[in-house]
Design a protein around this ligand. Structure first.
Ligand SMILES: [Zn+2]
Length: 402
């Protein structure tokens, strides 16, 4: 909330209507000035769905966004990738309460609070899906920068593609505050969401953080996590430089014909960045960024000639089974790996058994146990959620056999 002379401006109303109403009540303890405008930094549900908690018809409230607002949701709608297992796994939607942690930027909502749209713009599961409180923009702009005066406050809306193509940041020149949308929060940026579909340009993201650096802000209010006060230019400079460093190092390694697997080991963040908490892998990850830069710039082929001649997964698993003397022996090897605390090894071997025999209960349960351990040992929240959700699914497959 920005408080002006005769009204207030709300940036990104939030994900859930009941929470939006609570926030409004708290805001009204600070000021009773009327709401003059709502600004969306981009069209993701966690920024727009609670708009109706702040918006009232007939009051002339302006709702601002960029003119390409909604392009990503429209594309997701077109492809049909608007829900299902991948987003659910990534957000941890189906995890048991005791399995849930924040996905770096938010604790997954319970089903009773499930909004129509998930934070990443996909549809929430159909169960208990209340209507979204999103208000369509009443005002849009297509310029690189638009200077506005609302409630006596001069604000600038600046085009900033990154986390989404329709992203903007809000610049408050008088107080040198930048409202970054989701191009900045206190975590390594999520340049590739594990749910797939929405491609995010790393190069655009770097350029947009650079734009914010050029404003020389004192304070930065991220789309998630606590604002950073007094050191915004330094923080955003590090953010920009760290992503750029990973980009350059990945391209350098790729030009030496390293594969993505090799690059993940090669691109290790230097200490000057690695020691910064706001660059840790809470939400996005360095390893995911390396893989995504490779995918964006070089595509699916990693240079390995055998990857031009891939055998089917079943055939590969059969080779593994033949090598050790059958799938029974493969399962024994998997169980032995588990006994030596090699959960990842156990999961890799159990997967071969399951491919050859999807009704092998022992293998399914071993897979579930192994993935649960791998998941709990994973630092990055979406990867952790994905792994533990998959563990739950294997356990359910085993239970469903009866
Ligand atoms: Zn967000």
């Amino acid at each position: 909330m920005i408080i002006g002379d005769d009204g207030v401006i709300i940036i990104d109303p939030g994900l859930v209507m009941p929470v939006g109403r609570q926030v409004r009540k708290e805001f009204e303890k600070i000021t009773n000035k009327p709401i003059k405008a709502i600004i969306y930094t981009h069209d993701h549900g966690d920024h727009t769905n609670a708009a109706r908690a702040f918006y009232e018809e007939g009051k002339g409230i302006q709702v601002w966004a960029r003119s390409n607002f909604g392009t990503e949701s429209a594309r997701n709608h077109e492809t049909g990738f608007t829900g299902g297992v991948r987003p659910s796994n990534t957000q941890g939607f189906d995890l048991q309460p005791e399995q849930k942690i924040g996905v770096g930027v938010a604790i997954p909502p319970s089903r009773s609070l499930a909004p129509a749209m998930m934070p990443d713009g996909t549809q929430a599961p159909a169960a208990a899906r209340p209507p979204s409180g999103k208000i369509e923009p009443t005002h849009t702009f297509s310029e690189d920068r638009l200077v506005l005066e609302i409630a006596g406050v001069t604000i600038e809306l600046v085009k900033a593609p990154g986390e989404t193509d329709d992203q903007l940041y809000v610049w408050l020149p008088a107080e040198r505050i930048v409202f970054a949308g989701d191009n900045f929060y206190q975590s390594w940026p999520n340049v590739y969401p594990l749910r797939g579909t929405a491609r995010r340009s790393t190069r655009d993201w770097i350029a947009s953080v650079d734009k914010m650096v050029q404003e020389k802000p004192l304070h930065v209010v991220g789309g998630h996590t606590a604002p950073m006060m007094g050191n915004a230019t330094e923080v955003l400079t590090n953010y920009r430089d760290a992503i750029q460093w990973v980009y350059d190092k990945t391209i350098e390694g790729a030009s030496k014909y390293m594969t993505p697997d090799e690059l993940v080991e090669y691109v290790v963040l230097p200490e000057r960045f690695a020691k910064l908490d706001y660059l840790a892998d809470y939400y996005g990850s360095v390893w995911g960024t390396v893989r995504d830069i490779y995918a964006q710039d070089l595509g699916w082929f990693d240079g390995d000639p055998l990857n031009l001649h891939r055998e089917s997964p079943t055939k590969q698993s059969q080779r593994m089974a033949d090598l050790v003397g059958g799938k029974g022996m493969l399962l024994k090897k998997a169980q032995a790996a588990m006994k030596t605390d090699d959960a990842l090894g156990a999961a890799q071997l159990a997967q071969h058994v399951i491919r050859l025999d999807a009704s092998n209960k022992e293998a399914l349960l071993l897979m579930a146990d192994a993935l649960a351990i791998v998941g709990e040992n994973t630092f990055n929240a979406p990867a952790r959620n994905y792994t533990i959700s998959s563990s739950n699914r294997y356990r359910k497959m085993a239970a469903d056999l009866e």
